[in-house]
Structures are given as structure tokens and as C-alpha cells.
Ligand binder design. Structure first.
Ligand code: SPV
Ligand code: MG
Length: 436
């Protein structure tokens, strides 16, 4: 019987280096590709451009590949235990870098099972990550961006979204990464917040900044990023207007709009009951959702219904009744909001909502209950966490301090040293600024 050779692969962008590993593996026996699923990838890297099914079709057609099986975990261990290959083959690039522990695990398991690890020299000058970086610099298409939110919701325990209100915040969200232990963390997408959009214009958050103006600014973020956008649609306005908003957002490649069940002059939710917060009737809001769903042209765009019952001081029962009705009317997800600090109303809502509905995505905005980690929110049943205003709230105090320092000292030396990034750094901040 032929020996089994295991080869783990993402296979998003095929290149000669990968074909070389397949050919080398085929010398030892039948090559089984462990194809990483979106779920396996999502906690470590950006999602691939191609879906699992598309990548599988490509890999199955490659000469020298005997079988393709899903690898559902970043670690090889579960699949090695399951398929018990005689060999595993890998490029020697895992000797360095954050994946070194993966190599150690593999050696241990293979040894225990009496198998062997084959390491082959990595093909010089070409890597999937390098190609991905080049592709990324070319940007994305509206269609690919639009679809990516649904893929992320399926692939990740919780999708991490950060507020963006300009090109610069878009760049921060696109590129900021931190390495914590074996994990590389980054934001999954952007929230086009009505609060920060209007605040950055010196205007109140009362739907005074019109759609055209907000989209003009959103375009700055879209130009320099590839990650999905969730648009804060406030109340959605009149139903007759909302249907146009939906199509406009789809055309731009926005993945989702969140509309809230309020009527009359919209006030920011974080005022809670200090402001008049009038909710729409269930029927009225459901018909707005339905009209939006009928208007949308793509399959993947999401209309997420935001319930303001807890903000308006009503009980969890009221929120549950409304949210189930909104889902029945066609909402692709719900956002439950609260300004309570202990988070217990949100936790109770999520747990009770999940008893009846275990699949509709739940969005939460933990501005006032920020003590809970993403893992804890996911445990409650939340699928998307939005950090709704943190880019703007962190920038503003720094700017005020800098302005005050210049007034105090009547010169800019102290302000520059204490509060400003070096000139060299700002000159090189934007990719492509300097002609080579
Ligand atoms: C926003 O960011 O504009 C929101 C969230 O709608 S909140 O400000 O909490 O209402
Ligand atoms: Mg808002």
C-alpha cells in the first residue's frame, strides 16, 4: 500500500514553491492536502481571497495530489492524529518566526505515531505571504469586500470591528497588528459611526450630516483599505429613502447597514433616558426592514436591526419581542444596545435570545461595559463586537493637550516633544509618499 504524505496548505495563491513541495511529497507516497478552512485561518491571518470550495477545486486538479481534506485548526495535531500519515512535509521556513511551536508539536506527534517529518528548503524569492501583500496593495473590489463580512461571521468566534471616520483611521484599522503569544491579532473591519462622522465635522449626532456627505468621507476609508465596512444608518430615515440608501451602500461594497428602531429627532443612544428616545412601532420598523430587503440587489448585503429598548429604559422582554419580530421581517442580524455599565442586561438578552434563535448574528457595542473581553462576549452569544468611537475619542484629548501646550509655552518645542510623532515618521506614514 502506498504511504500517506500529509501537506497542510491555504492554497489561496498557487505558485511554483507550492508545486515544488507537492512534487517532493509525491516522491514519498500519496499526497493528502490538509486544506485550511476559513475557521482555521481566521484567528491567525486575513481570510483568503478564495473560498474553501474554490481553493479545493484548484488543489484537487493539481497533478500529484491524491486527496484533499479540511484542516479546521491552525495546529496540525488534530488532523495528524485523525489521518495518521506516514510522512508530513513542510518548507523549512517554520524553523523561524511565530510558527515555530507548530513545528515542535508536529515533531512530537509524528514521533509518537512512528511517522516522519520531511523538511525541504523553501523556494527562494517567492512566498504566498509576499504575493498576498502585493495583491493587497492593489486593493479590492466592492463585491469581494461586501462578501467578506458574512465569511468572517461564519469563520470567527467573534468579529472585531473598529470605528473609522477618515482615511487615516482606515489605514490604522487596515494595518495595525499585535502579536500576543502564538496569535497575531488585527481588526476585521470598520464601523462607519454616525457619532464620530458627525463629531469630526463639529456637528451633533442627530442625522444632520446627510448621506451624500457621509459617503463622500467614507470613500476616503474605502480608498485605502480592503476590510469590510458596517455602516451606521441611524434610523434609516423614511422608508422611501432607505431603499435608495441600501442600493447605494451595496454599490460601494459596504457589507452591512445597521438601522435603529427610533423615530422623530434621533439623539445619540448614550444619552439614554436623559434624552427623548422614541421607538418606532414593531410593525413600522418591520416594514422598513422588509422594504430594504426587497430593494437589495446582492445576496450578501446585510440589514441589521438595532433595538433601542434598553436605551429607552424598557425591560429585556420588550427587546426580545422586538428582535424576534425584526428577524421574522427579514433582518440579517440584530444589534442590541445598552448604556448600562454592568453589561448584565445585554448578557441576559443574549442568553434568552439564543434560547429561541441560535443562528441570527448578534452585534454589541460595549462602550459602557468595556470590562468584558471578546471571549466573554462571544460566550454570551455575540458574533460582532464594535468599538464604536475609540479612534476619535483617543485622538481628541491628544490634540487638545498639544494645542494647550503651545498656548502655555508660546512655542512648539514642548508640544512637539511631548505630544507629537516625529516629522520623519509622519512624512513616511502614508505608503507611496516618497518617490524612490
Ligand atoms: C455610533 O457610533 O454612532 C453609534 C453607537 O450609533 S452609539 O454612539 O453608542 O449610539
Ligand atoms: Mg450612531
Amino acid at each position: 500500500m502506498a504511504k500517506k504524505v500529509y501537506l497542510g496548505m491555504i492554497a489561496d495563491i498557487m505558485h511554483p514553491g507550492l508545486i515544488n513541495i507537492i512534487n517532493e511529497g509525491a516522491k514519498y507516497g500519496d499526497v493528502i492536502i490538509g486544506l485550511y478552512t476559513d475557521k482555521a485561518i481566521a484567528t491567525h491571518k486575513r481570510l483568503p481571497y478564495l473560498t474553501y470550495e474554490q481553493r479545493e477545486t484548484v488543489v484537487r486538479s493539481i497533478h500529484g495530489v491524491s486527496d484533499v481534506v479540511p484542516q479546521d485548526d491552525w495546529s496540525y495535531v488534530p488532523n495528524l492524529v485523525k489521518y495518521k500519515p506516514d510522512y508530513i512535509i513542510h518548507g523549512d521556513d517554520w524553523l523561524q518566526g511565530p510558527d515555530k511551536y507548530i513545528r515542535d508539536e508536529v515533531f512530537k506527534v509524528m514521533e509518537a505515531m512512528g511517522g516522519k517529518v520531511i523538511e525541504i528548503p523553501y523556494t527562494k524569492g517567492i512566498t504566498s505571504s509576499g504575493l498576498a501583500e502585493e495583491l493587497e496593495s492593489l486593493g479590492t473590489t466592492p463585491q469581494a469586500r461586501l462578501k467578506s463580512l458574512r465569511r468572517l461571521i461564519t469563520a470567527k468566534p467573534i468579529v472585531r470591528i473598529m470605528e473609522s471616520h477618515c482615511g487615516l483611521t482606515g489605514l490604522i484599522i487596515e494595518h495595525t497588528k499585535v502579536e500576543v503569544g502564538n496569535e497575531v491579532r488585527e481588526f476585521d473591519g470598520m464601523w462607519a459611526s454616525s457619532l464620530t462622522d458627525s463629531t469630526s465635522k463639529g456637528k451633533p449626532d442627530i442625522e444632520a450630516v446627510d448621506l451624500t456627505t457621509r459617503l463622500h468621507d467614507l470613500n476616503d476609508s474605502l480608498e485605502v483599505t480592503t476590510k469590510p465596512v458596517i455602516y451606521d444608518g441611524d434610523t434609516g430615515g423614511k422608508t422611501e429613502h432607505f431603499v435608495f440608501t441600501v442600493r447605494t451602500l451595496e454599490r460601494l461594497g459596504v457589507s452591512a447597514v445597521i438601522i435603529e428602531d427610533k423615530v422623530g429627532l434621533k439623539q445619540n443612544s448614550l444619552f439614554g433616558t436623559d434624552a427623548v428616545q422614541t421607538q418606532d412601532s414593531i410593525e413600522g420598523f418591520c416594514s422598513k426592514i422588509q422594504a430594504g430587503k426587497e430593494a437589495q440587489v446582492t445576496r450578501d448585503f446585510m440589514i441589521i436591526a438595532r433595538c433601542e429598548s434598553l436605551i429607552a429604559g424598557k425591560p429585556v422582554e420588550d427587546a426580545l419581542e422586538r428582535c424576534h419580530a425584526y428577524v421574522a421581517a427579514g433582518a440579517d442580524g440584530i444589534m442590541i444596545h445598552s448604556k448600562n455599565k454592568d453589561g448584565q442586561d445585554i448578557k441576559e438578552f443574549c442568553q434568552r435570545f439564543r434560547e429561541v434563535d441560535n443562528h441570527t448574528p448578534i452585534v454589541a457595542v460595549p462602550t459602557t461595559y468595556g470590562q468584558f473581553t471578546e471571549a466573554e462576549l462571544a460566550e454570551w452569544g455575540i458574533n460582532i463586537v464594535i468599538y464604536a468611537n475609540h479612534m476619535l475619542r483617543s485622538a481628541y484629548p491628544a490634540m487638545v493637550k498639544c494645542a494647550e501646550r503651545i498656548l502655555e509655552t508660546t512655542r512648539c518645542q514642548e508640544a512637539s516633544e511631548e505630544y507629537c510623532m516625529p516629522i520623519k515618521q509622519i512624512l513616511n506614514l502614508i505608503p507611496g509618499t516618497k518617490k524612490k
